[in-house]
Design a protein around this ligand. Structure first.
Ligand code: ZN
Ligand code: ZN
Length: 382
């Protein structure tokens, strides 16, 4: 089929108004419906638990497909960008957010915006928001259901992740599950086999109809959309991400006043808390996530001959607190631990162990098969 015809077929999800985002609605019962989709895309009535089980089955199938013993070769051929992104329409929402945050970060060059507390908040925030929100919640809990925890804790961790400005839980999960399903295939939303820039951040700047919320959510994030808290985040995401700026500034402003500071000192301290605690931290977590998406599909060693080009990259594993053991993860995506050999240290999994010790997490999925303790690049096959 010619590429133009394929693109036309995908346009079914754009809605009659011409907007690229589909017009989908979520009714009080939690089912997703859309005036723009044929009935085949409408989900069957079901419960959150059955949705989780169904999505878990999907991820099991993906894991078996990528790590099955009959798979002998990895994908390393050059790819074109996904067909869904072929119309080369700019995603202004993402492009403007990334551009604005990076421009604001230039304020860090001005001494007026500096405070040691702000810098400490940025560093701590990388662990709390990045590892707790993105790694533990968006990735290992929501995308892979690799452990269970109280719903209030799941929602609290999800709020940390929303503050990382990486879109809503449903969008992130749908994108990531599609990545696992079609890893290093043309439909992979961010494979570096297109090119490194595309994988790192370029894919964010083009609209991709494969990630249309209605279609992608129904296929890959039905269990997330079932939760009314996550449906609320779909509507409130912009206000949450803007609201954190207000909270950080107000906290710094009031603390300085409480300690006897002047109004101008309070404004300076509040601004430094906001710039480092929100803007710089958000950018750091962005680049950490983008490193984890891109480099471990090009550089590193392989424990398993998965049906993709995933690799274990020690440098990325250090930067991302454990997400760089990417070949291990693609071989066994439902495992809460990416540590398959003794030196493959996974700090995010240690956070999870702490939650288990506190009685706040259970049903932790461990690696089904551990790679033999041999030197890297042994090319082991499961
Ligand atoms: Zn991957
Ligand atoms: Zn994953």
């Amino acid at each position: 089929m010619p590429r133009g015809a394929i693109c036309a077929a995908f346009r079914v999800c754009e809605g009659v108004s011409g907007n690229r985002e589909p017009r989908f609605s979520i009714n009080a019962l939690g089912t997703v419906g859309s005036t723009a989709f044929p009935d085949v895309f409408r989900p069957k009535p079901c419960t959150r638990q059955t949705d989780i089980a169904e999505q878990g089955q999907l991820m099991n199938e993906i894991g078996q497909a990528s790590a099955g013993p009959d798979v002998a070769t990895c994908r390393a051929r050059p790819l074109s960008i996904p067909i869904g992104a072929c119309q080369r329409q700019i995603n202004w929402r993402y492009a403007s957010a990334v551009g604005t945050y990076h421009l604001l970060a230039l304020l860090a060059l001005l001494p007026w915006f500096f405070s040691r507390t702000g810098v400490a908040l940025a560093i701590a925030g990388v662990f709390v928001f990045g590892s707790g929100g993105i790694n533990l919640c968006y990735h290992r809990l929501l995308s892979h259901r690799s452990f269970s925890c109280p719903l209030w804790l799941e929602h609290a961790l999800a709020m940390l992740a929303v503050c990382c400005v990486q879109d809503t839980p449903a969008r992130w999960v749908a994108t990531h599950r599609l990545h696992h399903h079609r890893a290093d295939d043309q439909a992979d939303p961010h494979s570096p086999l297109v090119n490194l820039f595309w994988s790192y951040t370029g894919w964010l700047f083009l609209e991709n109809t494969d990630l249309c919320r209605g279609v992608a959510y129904d296929r890959y994030a039905r269990d997330i959309v079932r939760d009314k808290f996550y449906r609320w985040i779909e509507r409130a995401v912009v206000w949450i991400t803007l609201g954190q700026s207000l909270v950080y500034f107000a906290a710094g402003f009031l603390i300085e006043l409480l300690f006897g500071g002047t109004l101008s000192a309070a404004a300076q301290f509040g601004a430094s808390i906001w710039l480092w605690g929100v803007v710089i931290r958000t950018i750091l977590v962005w680049h950490i996530t983008w490193c984890g998406n891109s480099f471990p599909h090009l550089f590193g060693y392989r424990n398993y001959e998965t049906d993709d080009n995933s690799r274990n990259n020690m440098l990325v594993a250090i930067i991302t607190n454990g997400e760089g053991w990417h070949n291990n993860h693609h071989a066994d995506p439902n495992s809460a631990s990416n540590q398959h050999r003794w030196w493959e240290f996974d700090l995010t999994y240690l956070f999870l162990r702490l939650l288990v010790l506190l009685g706040l997490a259970w049903d932790v999925q461990l690696p089904k098969v551990l790679a033999p303790q041999r030197s890297p690049d042994a090319g082991l096959k499961r």
